[in-house]
Design a protein around this ligand. Structure first.
Ligand code: ZN
Length: 327
């Protein structure tokens, strides 16, 4: 081996050892920094999005979206890692109800600790789950026992009024836990509330100029708060977020009749869903009737999440859909 080669090997070794050293150092530094951060965890997308807007560029806060994009909020079950994440949180925000039934046992497991546990639905005027016109009857006797007496509709985030209330509550929570940044949180939340009010105004404008007031979902219908807020009527294949996906022939026939009778141009289906039933109904009705996707904001797709879409930007997508459906 010549001298040059030996030097080269020594240099290479030095680089490898050096890189390893810096990686370790970097990691432990990062870990330290992570431990110092205020940890905020949200179970669902809407609260996550509102918190993200309120926190803004404040990098001493670490925000976690527990459910994660692309998943069905109703079939989510926390993993062992999720439990640790909740356990270590300074703030944990959830909705509860039938949708997040797991929260009972999780909170029990977490026990008495100093973190703030926020059931965001407590601050909302919730409504009971309604029977939607046209919806498939559930296998009542089996389900009746599972449904708690007076179970509330968990899809609180669908009305702008509730969304604003949620932002306000979450902003106060952030202020309480991190008072040094109170002004920042206030400013950020005011900005976001203005955006929500702006989209509300645009939707209201469409509703004010409507030709018809009925939305038809060839799908489940998790938007009752939205429907009530804008004084609309609704028909759907399934109540709320029924786990059923196959409506009976009579349910489909009923919705088709409704669409024809009221000259409804659009049959809706919600995100994270192929819209098969809505497409079938639209095709059967013909006459230019089409199936369109509406963002119920139950969750966000992975692509939309990567693109940084928000409650406001997704709701903005609904403008064209609502215009087409109502005008
Ligand atoms: Zn749901």
């Amino acid at each position: 081996m010549n001298f040059k080669k030996i030097i080269l090997i020594i240099i290479l070794l030095a680089i490898i050892v050096g890189a390893g050293f810096f990686m370790l150092k970097g990691r432990s530094k990062k870990q330290e920094a992570n431990n110092d951060k205020i940890k905020v965890v949200s179970s669902n997308f809407a609260s996550y999005d509102f918190l993200r807007a309120i926190i803004g560029d404040n990098d001493n806060v670490e925000l976690t979206f527990l459910l994660g994009p692309g998943k069905d909020a109703h079939s989510y079950d926390p993993t062992a890692q999720d439990l640790i994440t909740i356990q270590n949180a300074d703030i944990f925000v959830y909705i509860g109800g039938e949708m997040e039934k797991w929260s009972d046992k999780v909170l029990e497991a977490v026990g008495d600790k100093k973190s703030k546990i926020i059931c965001i639905a407590d601050d909302i005027d919730t409504i009971e789950e309604k029977e939607v016109d046209g919806a498939e009857e559930e296998e009542e006797h089996e389900h009746e026992e599972e449904h708690e007496e007076g179970a509330f509709d968990e899809h609180i985030w669908t009305s702008p009024k509730n969304a604003i209330k949620m932002v306000e509550v979450l902003e106060k929570t952030m202020e309480e836990i991190d008072n040094n940044n109170a002004e920042k949180y206030k400013k950020n939340s005011e900005k976001y509330i203005a955006e929500i009010k702006n989209i509300d105004k645009q939707i209201q404008n469409i509703v004010d100029n409507k030709k018809r007031y009925r939305l038809v979902f060839g799908d489940k219908m998790p938007m009752q708060y939205f429907i009530d807020y804008y004084n609309l009527k609704v028909s759907a294949a399934f109540n709320g977020c029924s786990t059923e996906t196959e409506p009976s022939a009579s349910t489909i026939a009923y919705l088709e009749k409704k669409v024809k009778e009221e000259n409804i141009p659009v049959v809706l289906y919600v995100e994270l869903n192929p819209g098969r039933v809505a497409k079938t109904i639209a095709t059967e009705v013909g006459n230019g009737c089409e199936a369109m996707q509406i963002q119920a904001l139950h969750n966000i797709t992975l692509d939309d999440f990567k693109n940084g879409e928000t409650w406001v930007s997704l709701m903005t997508r609904n403008l064209e859909v609502l215009k087409k459906a109502l005008q």
